[in-house]
Design a binder for this molecule. Structure first.
Ligand code: NG1
Length: 526
């Protein structure tokens, strides 16, 4: 799937399902009219990138373990057209009045080199647009002169909510500059994911590739099992639709998680903790790791289990290896006062590196702040969460009517008995609940509101409920039987304190059922 070209659309029916397309037409027409009113001409294209909900597999993509997100119909749209201004001028307007109009251009600083300032000190909407632009300039316009462009942005993915508005924004902006500079042709979905990942890092977060891959590669009606090791690979996984069929309901905790601003104590710190945990574990297990290698937990599991270099040992073997390694992680990282976390000096000593080499490898590229580094808890979460993803996938595959067309990871051949009917939804729900517990207790990426919301969701009848995305605020996702959705939503409206002050319209924005949707593409305005 990663080898496919970026879809070019001429009809909304090809982007959304029939029912959603009808509801979306009004929004799209308003965007096109608004563009005309602002820039005095019709746009030529609209770049679209969806947000995503992650069903299970949190904070494991940057350890290179597989995840299971699905794209949602909420998306970022950028209406685009050429402008007569000279020298690659970009004028970017946002339909949301909170975001001011921006104009910028990049300057050439050498052969094939471009400079474009991106402010990383505060969260600015145009940084995501600029990040997309810079990536296209440096990869596709090294020699060519960029075109001048007018763009108008609109979005229905709530920001800072764990539904990947930032990745959707970067994917849509990257696509915009590719198409307007006539260099989209020949770019595959996999290449767009790589470019968008690199672009998003420029905004300050050392993210894994889940969001960009989900936003670009997902297809309607299934979730996507995405693996990153040894290379990006993906295969569709249908959520069981047998009796009763299940629906995903998103509930926003109303706590905005400013991931880029809190990165040094939250997201980026977790990236460092999980990387260092991988090295410490490898060292104790006698797994070979280069002195300057930022080895990941997925690579350590592979080497420890004898996986051939450059190969993927497949889900069954990986599952067995993870089960064993969890015990080893407890023994090695949980020894002494390991469960309470290590001081900086203790962590350096455990890594086996000299202070300077440690600093160079793990701290020179990222700013983090902590007094205790919780290597045991972080590794335990990552390993157990990766195991849950494999279990979740296996339950889905065993019951999907159409076998997954895996590109490289193989389908389940497990002979273990699998649950049936409602039993399997309960099993999926159980895995989601365990994931929430692990995110909250071991990875410290939940918050009081998300803990309450997921508990209330279970009390309201969800099979399972968990935070989705980076956490520290944002949304929860719950698995609910389709006939129960209205009653479930009603119960959540009345039981979650922060919803009490919201109007009916606001409630519709923060609590909604969702279906898997199609990935990013470019619409040609007729
Ligand atoms: P969100 O929730 O979109 O910020 C982030 C990372 C993902 C992944 C999740 C946690 C970015 C762009 N995305 O997602 O890669 O690590 O957290 O599972 O940073």
């Amino acid at each position: 799937m990663a080898d496919l070209p970026i879809p070019i659309y001429t009809s909304l029916d090809d982007i959304y399902d029939g029912y959603t397309a009808l509801a979306q037409a009004e929004r799209w027409n308003a965007l096109l009219d608004h563009y005309h009113a602002v820039f005095g001409q019709k746009p030529t294209h609209v770049a679209r990138a969806p947000g995503r909900v992650n069903l299970i597999g949190e904070h494991i993509d940057y350890a290179l373990f597989g995840v299971l997100p699905s794209a949602i119909s909420r998306d970022i749209l950028i209406a685009l057209g050429p402008s007569a201004a000279p020298g690659g001028q970009v004028v970017a307007e946002n339909q949301d009045e909170r975001y001011e109009k921006q104009a910028f251009a990049a300057s050439r600083v050498g052969e094939g080199e471009w400079a474009l300032e991106i402010d990383r000190s505060e969260l600015r909407w145009e940084s995501y647009v600029k990040a997309g632009y810079y990536g296209v300039l440096t990869h596709h316009l090294r020699a060519a002169q960029p075109k001048s462009i007018n763009m108008l942005v609109t979005g229905s993915v709530p920001a800072g909510s764990g539904l990947s508005s930032s990745a959707a924004m970067v994917v849509a902006s990257t696509l915009s500059f590719l198409v307007m500079n006539d260099v989209l042709h020949g770019v595959t979905k996999g290449e767009l994911v790589g470019l968008a990942m690199e672009n998003e890092k420029r905004v300050g977060v050392n993210s894994g590739g889940m969001d960009q891959a989900a936003s670009v590669i997902c297809t309607p009606s299934s979730a996507l099992y995405i693996t990153f090791h040894p290379a990006l690979s993906s295969s569709p996984v249908s959520i069981p639709g047998t009796h009763p069929s299940a629906v995903l309901v998103i509930t926003n905790s109303l706590v905005v998680s400013d991931k880029a601003l809190s990165a040094k104590v939250n997201y980026n710190l977790r990236v460092v903790e999980t990387l260092v945990a991988a090295r410490v574990l490898a060292r104790a297990l006698g797994v070979r790791v280069g002195d300057r290698e930022k080895v990941t937990l997925r690579e350590v599991v592979g080497r420890w289990a004898g996986e051939e270099q450059g190969a993927d040992m497949g889900p069954e073997r990986l599952q067995r290896a993870l089960e064993q390694l969890l015990g080893e992680a407890d023994r090695i990282l949980g020894a002494g006062h390991g469960r309470d976390g290590l001081s900086h000096a203790e962590m350096v000593a455990a890594s086996g590196l000299e202070e300077a080499a440690f600093h160079e490898l793990y701290l020179s590229w990222v700013e983090v702040e902590a007094t205790r580094f919780r290597l045991w808890a972080r590794a335990k979460h990552v390993l157990s969460e990766s195991l849950r993803v494999l279990q979740f996938r296996r339950v889905c595959l065993a019951h999907s009517s159409s076998p997954a067309q895996s590109t490289s990871t193989g389908t389940s051949t497990s002979t273990e008995p699998q649950p049936h009917g409602e039993g399997l939804l309960k099993e999926l729900g159980r895995l989601m609940n365990e994931s929430q517990e692990s995110c909250s207790g071991l990875f410290d990426c939940s918050c009081a509101e998300l803990d309450a919301l997921t508990r209330l969701a279970r009390e309201a009848g969800a099979y399972g409920s968990r935070l989705t995305g980076a956490g520290w605020g944002g949304c929860a996702v719950s698995l609910v039987a389709e006939p129960d959705v209205p009653a479930f939503i009603e119960k959540i409206h009345t039981s979650f304190g922060p919803y009490q002050k919201l109007s009916k319209k606001q409630l519709e924005e923060v609590v909604f059922a969702t279906k898997p949707s199609s990935g990013a593409g470019v619409y040609v305005v007729g």
